[in-house]
Write a protein that binds this ligand. Structure first.
Ligand SMILES: [Zn+2]
Length: 276
């Protein structure tokens, strides 16, 4: 049975209450402008807010609502290293085959796992760690459609819930987080900081979540592949094993090597989930 997510520390609650109140200011400004008859200015404020929040939330590369990493350090780039990341597992249909492909190519990857799936297949989570791969937090339920508008309490439950699930299976806490579909949220950086998590996005992908043709996926990956790339792939798709193998062949053709990020690896001990 799933454990309830740990209690949100008071300091996080206070910070997110401040952010929530600040997020209401544009709406209050629009109402005030409408009340005094400045319809034009009300529209300007409304659309400006919409554009800024949309840009900050939906665009994976945006840093408006908090920092993230989108490529490996220059030190690792100089060594021609890249980081392959696989989102949305574990999946009993595909994860074992992905692990075998990685072993065959003597490569390591980062698996960003969904807490609910990890709870169903703990033996797969342990197997990923046993084979020397990195495990990251990809939220407890993967609310892809509304992650960017989640309220503070739900955001805490998503991040801390997955962290608790993975920590209880692994015996150590992940240090990397990837948001569902790469979206951001005004209330995300608070739980990340409290739980010692760093957000990792990507700078190379083939849209394997929507594209069904492995050759087209690999062509897109090849176009943006460079030393230091963080490559986004997915576990659980019908083509994921073929795409991973194709990506590893691409790396060898480009003289690149799949590696894990040096920073924050190996995992650090879990910070107390209850500290404030
Ligand atoms: Zn995902």
């Amino acid at each position: 049975m799933a454990l309830p997510p740990p209690e949100q520390p008071p300091a996080c609650r206070r910070e997110n209450t401040r952010r929530f109140l600040a997020s209401l200011l544009p709406a209050l400004a629009v109402l005030a402008l409408l009340a005094i008859g400045h319809w034009g200015w009300a529209l300007v404020v409304f659309w400006a807010t919409f554009v800024v929040i949309g840009y900050g939330s939906i665009l994976p590369s945006s840093r408006l609502f908090g920092p993230h990493v989108s490529e490996l350090s220059s030190h690792q780039a100089q060594k021609n290293q890249v980081w392959i990341t696989l989102d949305d597992g574990p999946d009993p249909q595909t994860t074992p085959a992905l692990l075998d492909v990685l072993d065959r190519y003597q490569s390591k990857a980062g698996f960003f796992l969904i807490g609910d799936k990890a709870r169903r297949y703990p033996e797969l989570v342990q197997e990923i760690a046993k084979r020397g791969h990195l495990i990251g937090n990809h939220s407890q339920t993967h609310p892809a459609a509304n992650f960017w508008i989640l309220r503070p309490n739900r955001m805490w439950a998503e991040v801390a819930g997955c962290q608790q699930t993975l920590t209880s299976i692994l015996g150590f806490a992940p240090v990397w987080f990837r948001p569902p579909v790469g979206h951001h949220n005004l209330f995300l950086s608070v739980p990340l900081r409290a739980l010692g998590l760093t957000m990792a996005i990507w700078n190379c992908r083939g849209f394997d979540g929507v594209e069904k043709n492995p050759q087209r996926i690999l062509k897109r990956i090849a176009r943006s592949l460079k030393p230091g790339s963080i490559i986004l792939l997915h576990d659980g798709t019908s083509t994921c094993v073929e795409v991973l193998e194709g990506t590893l062949k691409l790396l060898s053709a480009h003289g690149l090597q799949a590696a894990l990020p040096e920073r924050l690896h190996p995992p650090t001990p879990a910070p107390s989930l209850a500290e404030s």
